[in-house]
Design a binder for this molecule. Structure first.
Ligand code: GLP
Length: 255
């Protein structure tokens, strides 16, 4: 695990974008795992800039998103489909046939989840998986208590996660109760992980994920077991870390 502490949100976004761009240049048909939430927005913005002004090419890329709310159609402005389309896919040259976001409206959720797992495998697995982190230590929608070996499935959202999302919906009742999410085991199968976190409200979660005990009560702590994981945080999110960490990945090569 390589932990990188940057001065601010903008520099953490640039650092994360450099990693993705590097992998994409080396492998034009990269299989890219993507996350929603506000944190990766700066990373997506920088990748869009690189596409527009530096010719970064996504035409052969396949994407798999981590999660989606159950019962929200892709046209709903709070669905993760909508979020990804607006904030990323519409602004790069990815082939729509190779975009995958879990289907929150799937009639047979179990069958869909099995298909999603198989589909990831059929592309040779995810090369780089972008991750955010919830203030309670969740990754994707793997809430505390999620099995560390779990696969893509339906999960009930905790009250803290629903409260955190409340601001995006009209009232309490319309905040989704369930989501389809890649499992912790699915995420761990990605060849590289790229977790980004920003702000003081993520400091405890980052401390537990990076330096705490490995526990299902902080699903993000599984990242300690991954062979090639980046954790890129700003000073606020990294403020509770006790170890000494680097401020760039560029000179570092994994063993
Ligand atoms: C949601 C998403 C997660 C994301 C988290 C944090 O719960 N399912 O994938 O990491 O929000 O979002 P933010 O970056 O806005 O704090």
């Amino acid at each position: 695990m390589l932990v990188i502490v940057k001065n601010n949100y903008d520099s953490l976004s640039l650092e994360a974008a450099k990693v993705v761009a590097d992998r994409l240049k080396k492998k034009p048909n990269l299989v890219l795992g993507l996350a929603t939430g506000s944190t990766p927005l700066g990373l997506y913005k920088e990748l869009i800039r690189m596409h527009k002004y530096e010719g970064l090419d996504f035409s052969k890329v396949t994407t798999f998103n981590l999660d989606e709310y159950v019962s929200l159609p892709p046209s709903h402005d709070q669905s993760y489909h909508y979020f990804m389309q607006n904030n990323f896919f519409d602004n790069i040259n990815v082939d729509p046939r190779y975009i995958h976001v879990p289907q929150g409206m799937a009639k047979d959720v179990t069958q869909f989840c099995d298909w999603y797992e198989e589909r990831i495998k059929s592309f040779g697995g995810i090369d780089v998986q972008v991750l955010g982190i919830g203030a309670n230590g969740h990754i994707a929608f793997n809430e505390p208590g999620s099995s560390l070996g779990s696969r893509t499935r339906i999960k009930t959202l905790t009250s803290t996660t629903r409260e955190a999302n409340r601001r995006f919906f009209k009232n309490d009742e319309t905040v989704p109760k369930y989501a389809i999410t890649m499992g912790v085991g699915t995420i761990m199968n990605a060849k590289e992980l790229l977790l980004v976190a920003s702000g003081n409200d993520k400091a405890d979660a980052i401390k537990s994920a990076v330096e705490g005990p490995l526990t299902a009560m902080c699903p993000a702590s599984i990242i300690q077991m991954h062979k090639e994981a980046f954790v890129i945080v700003d000073k606020e999110a990294g403020s509770k870390l006790e170890g000494t960490y680097v401020d760039t990945w560029e000179t570092i090569i994994f063993d």
